[in-house]
Design a protein around this ligand. Structure first.
Ligand SMILES: Nc1ncnc2c1ncn2[C@@H]1O[C@H](COP(=O)(O)OP(=O)(O)O)[C@@H](O)[C@H]1O
Ligand SMILES: [Mg+2]
Length: 182
């Protein structure tokens, strides 16, 4: 049986695309396995490690820069990092790739009209009304990955399917051992 490797599973996508939901579902599906995993999530780090930062391009860069530092230390020490950040700029995601071990770019993809419909936190309504500046997809750019390592469509796949698909991709790449049949 191959040993688990350190890796950085980097989920990028619009707000409400399903990054956090899928990350939590993955941890649920992996709970019975003896793996070293950490979750790094935009909303969580913005309340702690990067609570001083806003959403300008410069602050978004700093946010990811600090997270990258953490992911670098963890991934080189054999920990699998499940990261969920809007991270709208391709150059910044490429930078994370260059600094971390076994980086995989995962596009959590849902069309803008779908995430506007979901409007999990009521933010799109405010952004569309002009009440929030620098809102990704509305008043700020989102550079969709041109060639993501993994691509899931959350308007077409269920949460469970997306999580299982990504776990399968980790197994296929030898980053986690293949699950033993129950
Ligand atoms: N197939 C799906 N995959 C992921 N999330 C989905 C799906 N269908 C509906 N949702 C819902 O979409 C929302 C996604 O929110 P969230 O995970 O917080 O997004 P993000 O972290 O990308 O901002 C949740 O309310 C989730 O229940
Ligand atoms: Mg989230």
């Amino acid at each position: 049986m191959t040993e688990q490797q350190g890796f950085v599973l980097w989920m990028t996508g619009l707000s409400g695309a399903g990054k956090t939901t899928i990350a939590l579902e993955m941890l649920d599906q992996l709970a019975e396995r003896d793996l070293r995993l950490e979750r790094l999530d935009g909303d969580v780090v913005r309340e702690s490690l990067t609570r001083d930062l806003g959403f300008s391009k410069e602050d978004r860069e700093k946010n990811i820069e600090r997270v990258t530092f953490v992911a670098k230390l963890l991934s080189r020490n054999g920990v699998g990092c499940i990261c969920s950040f809007i991270s709208p700029y391709q150059s910044i995601r490429d930078d994370v790739r260059s600094k971390t071990t076994n980086f995989l770019e995962v596009f959590i993809d849902a069309p803008l009209d779908v995430v506007i419909d979901r409007d999990v936190k009521g933010m799109y309504k405010k952004a569309l009304a002009g009440e929030i500046k620098n809102f990704t997809g509305i008043s700020d750019p989102f550079e969709a990955p041109g060639s993501p390592d993994i691509h899931v469509r959350t308007d077409k796949q269920t949460v469970e399917e997306s999580a299982a698909f990504i776990i399968g991709e980790l197994e296929k790449r030898g980053l986690i051992p293949v699950a033993e049949p129950a």
